[in-house]
Design a protein around this ligand. Structure first.
Ligand code: ADP
Ligand code: MG
Length: 417
């Protein structure tokens, strides 16, 4: 029986291993389909070769992949598993086909309800939730079974407890593995992102520096030329236009490329209230043009040290993105909330705009990724770079068509009262 158990464990490990080796780096939507397919295979293997206990009592771990997919993937992804499970159960035959059908339908209907809440939990929370759900499911299954079996005695009791323990332990192990893999993938993404930032910001720094000098020189000479008396009106106008264009070029350079190496460092130790006030005054006109209401909330006593200019620019970029996301919907509400939580400054910027898919979220912060015609795709890069510098974290929650929430968590300086 023990070797049988190990074999079943192997089936459950199969999707994890195959996924890690072959598919980990594929795009999100594609890898999701692969995972569902692999889970279906694992579930089928569990069902075809169940754990055989004494006195003809069978039990298998089919509900482990089923519940995991239901929790992580929701209704959409678990339905294929449900179909496979029932077709296979029909094919295997034997007693209790109808009960099994009813039971799996109940699980299909109930467990994916937790999908959204589940995905918001921490790693530990997810492990515990999945374990509890699998425990309850298996418990119900056994209770249901006890109604079918008429000669119910202590032997079956022991077997049931065995089954319940096995199922739960397997779930814990598997969930721990899955969560570890998720953490690893996230960490690697973070490292790649910070590498990318370094490369781009270095490039941006040198480019902005190289461009700024010739711009200044040209500007100077044009100013001189403008003062000449031998110029016709027409020529003066040309020079005026050239100067205007130069100014624009300079603005672009300073707006988008200066985040790399700040021209003027303005380090402060503060609680961001000044920044909120300043950025509020900057963004209000922009918001009202686009029919957006802005709500500000400030409730933070923690301080940290940061570059004032950069944080301001970063906040403005976030507001602008929010407002631009609502522009296409003809308006909405932008909520900006700065608060504190356990030695962290929390900045929440929430819009009711067009939102993003998971795929789009994963592309945020890649240089030049923009979905806007006039976009540069450098705003998010600047945001990531700035928050990276103050050792903060950025979480993005978004629902296509509903809106987006950016949550910045910045650790406070400890030695300040
Ligand atoms: P840009 O604003 O110039 O396009 P950003 O780096 O600021 O560049 O943003 C990159 C892309 O991220 C945007 O084009 C948009 O598709 C997406 N994005 C950023 N913030 C939001 C948001 N709040 N809601 C929806 N999409 C967003
Ligand atoms: Mg932007």
């Amino acid at each position: 029986m023990f070797s049988n158990l190990l074999l079943n464990f192997l089936y459950l490990l199969f999707p994890v291993v195959v996924f890690l080796i072959f598919f980990e780096n594929r795009p999100y939507s594609y890898s999701k389909k692969i995972l569902v397919l692999l889970s279906a295979v694992a579930m089928s293997l569990c069902m075809i070769m169940p754990i055989r206990l004494e006195i003809g009592f069978f039990f298998d771990l089919r509900y482990i992949p089923f519940i995991i997919v239901a929790l992580f993937g929701g209704y959409k992804n678990v339905i294929p598993l449900y179909v496979v499970l029932n077709i296979l159960r029909f094919y295997v035959g034997g007693e209790g086909i109808f009960q099994s059908f009813l039971f799996s339908t109940a699980v299909l209907l109930i467990v994916p309800l937790f999908n959204k809440k589940f995905m918001k939990l921490s790693s530990k929370g997810r492990i515990i939730t999945a374990t509890v759900i699998s425990f309850i499911t298996m418990g119900c299954y056994l209770i249901m079974l006890s109604y079918i079996i008429d000669h119910f005695d202590w032997q079956i009791w022991i077997l049931s407890i065995n089954a319940l323990t096995t199922n739960t332990v397997m779930m814990v192990i598997l969930m721990m593995l899955i969560e570890k893999i998720i953490t690893n993938i996230e960490n690697r993404e973070r490292i790649i992102q910070s590498d990318r930032l370094n490369v781009v910001s270095e490039l941006a720094a040198s480019v902005s520096h190289e461009i700024r000098n010739p711009l200044t020189v040209t500007n100077g000479f044009l100013q001189l030329l403008k003062k000449s008396n031998s110029l016709t009106e027409q020529e003066k106008r040309y020079i005026e236009l050239s100067l205007q264009e130069l100014e624009r070029a300079e603005k672009i350079v300073s707006d988008y490329l200066s985040f790399a190496k700040p021209q003027t460092v303005n380090m402060v130790l503060s609680n961001m209230s000044t920044e909120l006030e300043y950025t509020k005054s900057v963004i209000m006109p922009y918001a009202s043009i686009h029919n957006v209401e802005v709500e500000f909330r400030f409730n933070n006593s923690l301080s940290t040290s940061y570059d004032r200019n950069q944080i301001q620019q970063c906040l403005i970029n976030l507001y602008k993105n929010g407002i631009e996301a609502m522009r296409e919907k003809g308006g909405g509400t932008l909520t900006i909330d700065i608060s504190e939580c356990k030695h962290n400054i929390m900045i929440r910027i929430q819009d009711t705009g067009i939102g993003m898919t998971k795929e789009e979220i994963s592309r945020l912060g890649k240089p030049y990724y923009s979905t806007k015609e006039e976009g540069t795709g450098l705003g998010m890069l600047m945001i990531y770079s700035t928050i990276n510098k103050v050792k903060g974290r950025i979480e993005v929650h978004s629902e296509k068509g509903e809106g987006t929430t950016f949550l910045l968590t910045i650790p406070a300086s400890l030695n300040v009262s």
